[in-house]
Design a protein around this ligand. Structure first.
Ligand code: SF4
Length: 708
């Protein structure tokens, strides 16, 4: 039996894997010793082994033939073709003509090696990853306010012990069901749950108070709540004075947002605003948690800042059982953004523009600091430049044909590339367009680390042998480095052993905000995960007492951040004054309805893996358009009828699902599917000016009943 973790979401549930009784694949069993999920798993985790033995998984490299079809090929031929494709683009058009696109599901080791490969071997600045579409606004706002971004600055176990949680734009009942128990326990302990969501989701049904704003107006909602906090004298003046800066400007901005004005913008009645303030301010401890709802907006950074301001004004962050946190989405969404596959960052969550960071990482990599390229484009901008500035792309662990906004346009851009190489487990919609597809190992077939939404670094262990002609992503990078040149031996620069890569990552991250230098595979195995920052021990002075020497040997990790000081220069949290502004695209006569997108429990992200699992397909066989009965009546659609949703970017068709659980001015579509029901055909790529997050959560559409 092997103790490991689920391949999917940021909860990274613990599970045990044992060889199946029939000798085919592995079976999942409960792993009660891992505290995050205590044995509970959702349907995706329980069925995850199905992808290991799926008949449709890739088991041989594929190379596009002269006839235009993808045909099986040897690894040598496939790797040579990739080296030729990437190297050719670099030789003819310059290093920045080669792009690299990663994923928030890649292990820390892979994310690290991919960032290093892009900058050291290819010499390109054009690298980013799909995590940009996930939590980048929360990361930007967290850095602004606290000087550090770690999804949750406290463990999940603190949630049931606080007094009140405002959960904004998050639906854990569908996205990470085992996490729901933290909120039900909160209520059992006498705490209150406030859910902010335009839909009455299964999570919202559990709430003491459900606020249902128009999509894209959460910023105004948070400002209205802060206005009431001030007006009712519920601010924590001592905390504001001692632990923050910038309050006066923020206070002034909030006071311009009268509750009645906020009601007109959001649709949330003033009495509900007052009730939310009363519930949030009454207990000694309280938290604000955000997820994709407020974050996936073209004003996502400001929106999250507004919620952080509310938490700061009431004296929550940096106090026990209180604060602000983001519920990250992808399996390694946290670690994936810390180790260098982000356009503007180096390992250890260092800034690529910081000369000291460049010097430190360059030394670990054995290159000159000035040889490292500067920051590149963000994910959408990179994808939008394919076929023009960027002529060749290496893509790992992502399926942008389904998951990118304005997806039909992005698909067109991908088709216009001179060369595309994809490493994946199955032939995703993006891999179908590639010149070369490499079949790579997946979660239970390889060892590596991930960092869950709490900042807890975890060890995923290899439990089964991969199919014979399948190789790991680290091996792919090693082979490509050997073919594409550069100084030093590929064996040393790009090892294939994940622990060896992690040892280098430790050195590269040492001293950075996300310091992993005190974490080892041995510790991860023995301690069931370690929270970063966890610096390596500093050699004690000769004169140190034995007790001091023992402490100096092992840092325990940091489950709770900011209790003494924030990670800003002066140790104080920063208020960031923000004001309401409209969504990038508001409804009008032609497009009178708002579309918002999200997930369902039985599918995961672009569905590349989960759509290949029979049990999940039976539970969630396809897309749908959720709409209110009044809207359905207006277009003459009955339950199950095909409905066309049309935006300025395209048209998608899916069956109607009629429910009073959604606002009458809003429709919802899950985004897991390709084809005519692809929700991201419709979404708006307007970008947040700071985080470069696209506006997934609100765009204007019209509905049409589809007549047979
Ligand atoms: Fe896996 Fe997330 Fe489900 Fe847990 S909640 S089993 S980590 S998909």
């Amino acid at each position: 039996m092997t103790s490991t973790h689920c391949p999917y979401c940021a909860l990274q549930c613990g599970m045990n894997l044992t060889p199946a009784a029939d000798g085919r694949g592995v079976e999942v069993s409960e792993r009660a010793d891992f505290p995050v999920n205590r044995g509970a798993l959702c349907v995706k985790g329980r069925t995850a082994p199905a992808v290991l033995s799926s008949a449709v998984r890739l088991t041989s490299p594929l190379v596009r033939s002269a006839a235009g079809t993808l045909e099986p090929a040897s690894w040598e031929e496939a790797l040579d073709r990739i080296a030729e494709g990437l190297g050719g683009a670099r030789a003819h058009h310059g290093a920045d003509a080669v792009g690299v696109f990663g994923g928030g599901g890649l292990t820390n080791e892979k994310a690290y090696a991919l960032g290093k490969f892009a900058r050291v071997v290819l010499g390109t600045s054009q690298i980013d990853y799909n995590g940009r579409f996930c939590m980048s606004s929360a990361a930007a706002a967290g850095n602004l306010a606290f000087g550090l971004d770690r999804g949750l600055p406290f463990p999940l176990e603190d949630i049931p012990r606080t007094g009140c949680v405002i959960l904004v734009g998050s639906n854990p009942a569908e996205t990470m069901p085992p996490a729901l128990r933290y909120f039900t326990e909160l209520k059992e302990n006498g705490g209150t749950l406030i859910v902010v969501d335009p839909r009455r989701t299964r999570t919202a049904e559990q709430a003491d108070l459900h606020l249902a704003p128009r999509p894209g107006t959460d910023l105004a909602l948070a400002l209205g709540l802060l206005h009431l906090v001030v007006a009712e004298g519920r601010t924590d003046e001592e905390y504001i004075r001692e632990r923050t800066t910038g309050w006066e400007d923020t206070r002034a901005a909030a006071m311009a947002h009268w509750p009645e004005y906020v009601e007109r913008i959001t649709g949330v009645p003033v009495p509900q605003l007052r009730e939310a303030v009363r519930l949030f301010c009454a207990p000694e401890h309280a938290m604000v948690l955000t997820a994709r709802g407020p974050e996936q907006q073209a004003k996502g950074t400001d929106t999250v800042s507004a919620w952080i301001n509310l938490a700061l004004a009431t004296g929550r962050p940096g106090r026990p059982l209180s604060g602000y946190g983001c519920l990250t989405g992808q399996g390694n969404g946290q670690g994936g953004r810390e180790h260098g596959q982000k356009a503007d960052q180096l390992p250890g969550y260092r800034k690529l523009t910081d000369p000291a960071a460049r010097a430190h990482v360059a030394e670990v990599w054995g290159v000159a600091p000035d040889s490292l390229p500067g920051p590149g484009r963000s994910a959408y901008e990179l994808l939008d430049a394919l076929g023009t500035d960027i002529r060749a792309l290496l893509l790992m662990g992502s399926n942008p044909v389904v998951s990118a906004p304005r997806a039909a346009h992005i698909e067109e851009r991908i088709r216009s590339l001179d060369f595309l190489a994809v490493c994946d487990v199955v032939l995703s919609e993006t891999a179908e367009l590639a010149d070369v597809v490499l079949p790579v190992t997946q979660w239970a077939e390889e060892t590596g680390t991930t960092t869950n939404l709490e900042g807890r670094v975890l060890l995923r262990r290899r439990a089964v042998t991969p199919p014979p002609d399948v190789r790991g992503d680290l091996e792919v990078l090693h082979e490509l480095a050997a073919r594409l040149g550069g100084e030093g031996s590929p064996e040393k620069r790009f090892p294939t052993d994940p622990e060896e890569v992690f040892e280098e990552l430790r050195r590269a991250s040492a001293g950075g905000p996300a310091d992993y230098s005190g974490i080892t595979y041995r510790r991860l195995a023995e301690e069931n995960g370690v929270f970063w920052p966890c610096p390596a021990p500093v050699a004690p002075a000769e004169s140190a007492e034995p007790a001091e020497r023992a402490v100096a040997e092992v840092h325990p990790g940091t489950p709770r951040l900011f209790l003494d000081r924030f990670a800003t220069g002066n140790g104080r949290a920063r208020f960031v004054p923000v004001s309401h502004r409209a969504a990038a695209e508001e409804p009008d006569e032609e497009y009178p309805v708002l579309l918002t997108t999200g997930r369902v429990v039985a599918q995961y992200q672009s569905g590349a893996q989960t759509r290949r699992v029979d049990e999940l397909n039976a539970a969630a066989p396809g897309p749908f358009v959720e709409l209110h009965p009044r809207l359905a009546q207006r277009i003459g659609a009955a339950e199950g009828d095909p409905v066309a949703v049309v935006s300025r970017r395209g048209r998608a068709v899916a069956p109607a699902r009629i429910t009073t659980a959604i606002r009458a001015d809003t429709v919802f579509m899950p985004f897991h599917w390709a084809g005519e029901g692809r929700a991201n055909t419709l979404t708006n790529p307007a970008l947040d000016p700071t985080s470069r997050m696209p506006e997934f959560k609100a765009c204007a559409v019209r509905l049409e009943a589809v007549r047979p």
